[in-house]
Design a protein around this ligand. Structure first.
Ligand code: PMP
Length: 358
């Protein structure tokens, strides 16, 4: 029985990537040493790091005036690093409150003494649609506007970016990077934890416009963009294995035809599942159709016990990790790039069958 992993993150990785890791693990390129054992200052690792950066630059069409940095600390680390590095003029940021991860980012900025204004929220609608700016952003007031491009828990994603009226935009792209095409130039900064569409947990990607980064006194070194630019992400020991696996995932993404090809496939997969849910009498996706995510599809029966029964029965059928986030319950199918269409077909068959019996 094939197993399909619908986890939200850490999440399914491409089969060829996992196989290559297995094959190369005892001895990387005939070195007699594994990737876990070589120095981050070695020529071998430098090649891995530079290749990963170039592949990402190609995939996302990242202009030369943007730095590509690798941090530890996850997306959550960037909830602190972004305001510390980028909210240094007005000490004030604007946040579009599209869900729990946006809220976390806002609260972390506030924790650090930055004023974080909610400039639009869909909380009152349980985040079933994307918030839009309640009024045009005041000019020269905010260091940046924070958005979560894809809301992993709530299942919404921005296709069109909000008009920030000249205010720089920072995007938390953790759960739809490489699944959806965005123009990097539209952002001052993009960040993403790797563990959904980029590889395993342990490394966090930051893409930042270099002209907006300044030397700042008093920052923790591990969150310091200027320092990481100067040291090419090698200020201290980076997560060597995670960067290696991310590099293999980027090669795979290129082999698949790049972001546009991946997006077309993700759209096809998501459209199939939404079409099923929209005609189902049992399972319902509550998100406003034009705001629906390609990568995270939450759905409910309306009965928590039945939701759990479906999650349990699915696991017995090899459809794993369909439980919705603990804060919203229900079910959630995460359909990242590495989820094959056959997995979506198997899920729809299962849900259809479950519906017949309940
Ligand atoms: N932002 C988004 C959109 C996420 O989905 C997550 C994690 N699921 C985070 C941030 C937090 O990331 P991490 O667990 O890597 O700190």
């Amino acid at each position: 029985m094939p197993v399909y992993n619908f986890a939200a993150g850490p999440a399914v990785m491409p089969v060829p990537v996992v196989n290559q890791i297995q094959k190369e693990l005892p001895s990387l390129n005939g070195s007699g040493m594994s990737i876990m054992e070589i120095s981050h200052r070695s020529a071998q690792f430098d090649e891995i790091l530079q290749t990963a950066k170039q592949d990402l630059r190609d995939l996302m069409a990242i202009p030369d005036d943007y730095a590509i940095l690798f941090f530890q600390g996850g997306g959550t680390g960037q909830f602190a690093a972004a305001p510390l590095n980028m909210a240094t003029k007005h000490h004030r940021i604007a946040v579009l409150d599209s869900g729990q991860w946006a809220t976390r980012a806002r609260d972390e900025a506030a924790n650090l003494g930055v004023t974080a204004d909610t400039v639009g929220s869909s909380l009152a609608d349980h985040y079933h649609h994307l918030p839009h700016l309640a009024a045009p952003l005041a000019k020269d007031t905010y260091d940046y506007l924070h958005i979560t491009t894809n809301n992993t828990i709530e299942g919404t994603a921005y296709r069109d970016l909000p008009n920030a009226n000249g205010t720089p935009l920072i995007g938390d792209m953790s759960s739809n990077i490489l699944a959806q095409r965005y123009r990097v130039e539209d952002f001052a900064e993009i960040f993403a934890g790797a563990q959904k569409n980029l590889g395993p947990a342990g490394v966090t990607l930051v893409i930042v416009k270099k002209a907006l980064v300044h030397h700042l006194a008093g920052l923790p070194s591990m969150l310091d963009y200027d320092l990481f630019i100067k040291k090419d992400s090698l200020y201290n020991t980076p997560p060597v294995f995670a960067i290696y696996a991310l590099g293999l995932t980027l090669k795979w993404a290129k082999d698949q035809g790049g972001v546009d090809a991946l997006q077309a496939r993700d759209e096809q997969k998501a459209a199939k599942l939404y079409a099923f849910l929209d005609q189902s009498k049992l399972f319902h996706n509550l998100v406003k159709p034009e705001d629906r995510s390609l990568t995270n599809v939450p759905f409910v029966t309306g009965d928590a016990k039945l939701d759990q029964a479906a999650v349990d029965a699915a696991a017995k059928a090899g459809l794993m990790n369909l439980k919705g986030h603990r804060s919203v319950g229900g079910l959630r199918a995460s359909l990242y790039n590495a989820m094959p269409e056959a997995g979506v077909d198997a899920l729809i068959d299962f849900l259809h069958d479950f519906e017949q019996h309940h």
